[in-house]
Design a protein around this ligand. Structure first.
Ligand SMILES: [Ca+2]
Ligand SMILES: [Ca+2]
Ligand SMILES: [Ca+2]
Ligand SMILES: [Ca+2]
Length: 264
């Protein structure tokens, strides 16, 4: 806060104005320029001298009004009255009354299964309406399984999330990352990042022989099952669809049986 005196009357301290005159010509009252925040209350000492107190009427908010300018006028009871005024500049210091706010509550991102470690997944960002350390944000992960914490890294300063390890769609189709933004005063905001993993064709079909009749007598009727096979590809969709064919010359054919086993 600061002040400066001006006008025709005398001026002294912020709370106290002296008027050298006596009686009717002495200090009559104070007037404060109409404003939202402060009222002036005139108090009288035992010796009859008056002083003014500036009283806060409603809560201040640095974020909407970082400084308030007031003009306080002192009037005497003379005719014509004489007055003196002081300009008051009140600076509002910051309190940590705003938590960080994420740009989005929920982020969604898709990563190919073959994404390399070190890849930037995305950048989360939060803002804080306060000032100084009350607005200084650091990012971190919230409570998550160790397996997830191992895969991803969030930069405390920038909010950049990077991949630390290889992915495997066959192991995990999606991750939910809990991200926190904390300001210098300890207020915390939360957001979620949904990471969807996109399948790549990284698995070759695998053939398992469940049963095999060998040797086979030359007089078995056509249509006799000589082997039961299971063919499996753990990939999804087209990447996991298999078709079987026999190579070489043999009087055998492959028939898909109900369910996954294939017989011929
Ligand atoms: Ca804050
Ligand atoms: Ca504030
Ligand atoms: Ca495959
Ligand atoms: Ca795959």
């Amino acid at each position: 806060a600061g002040q400066s005196g001006s006008g025709t009357g005398s001026s002294s301290g912020e709370r106290r104005r002296l008027d050298a005159d006596v009686g009717r010509n002495s200090l009559k009252g104070y007037e404060l320029e109409p404003n939202e925040y402060f009222a002036v209350e005139v108090k009288e000492r035992q010796d009859g001298s008056k002083f003014a107190e500036l009283v806060l009427r409603r809560a201040l908010d640095r974020e909407t009004e970082p400084s308030i300018h007031l003009v306080l006028t002192a009037l005497d009871g003379g005719d014509p009255p004489r007055s003196g005024s002081a300009q008051l500049w009140i600076n509002v210091t910051d309190a940590n009354d705003n938590p960080p706010v994420f740009a989005q509550d929920r982020y969604r991102v898709s990563l190919r299964e073959d994404a390399p470690p070190g890849l930037i997944v995305l950048n989360v960002s939060a803002s804080d309406a306060d000032a100084g350390t009350n607005a200084r944000i650091t990012y971190s992960f919230g409570k998550m399984p160790a397996k997830v914490l191992q895969k991803f890294l969030v930069d405390a300063e920038s909010g950049t999330i990077t991949l630390q390890e290889g992915l495997d769609y066959e192991d995990t189709h999606a991750f939910t990352l809990a991200v926190e933004a904390k300001d210098g005063g300890g207020l915390v905001a939360h957001c979620e990042v949904e990471v969807e993993i996109l399948d790549m064709n990284d698995n070759t079909p695998h053939i398992t022989i469940l049963s095999l009749s060998s040797p086979v007598s030359e007089d078995v009727p056509a249509g006799t099952v000589v082997a039961l096979l299971n063919v499996n590809d753990p990939d999804s969709g087209e990447n996991g669809q298999v078709s079987c064919e026999l190579s070489g010359e043999a009087p055998l054919s492959i028939v898909a049986s109900s369910g996954s086993p294939v017989a011929y």
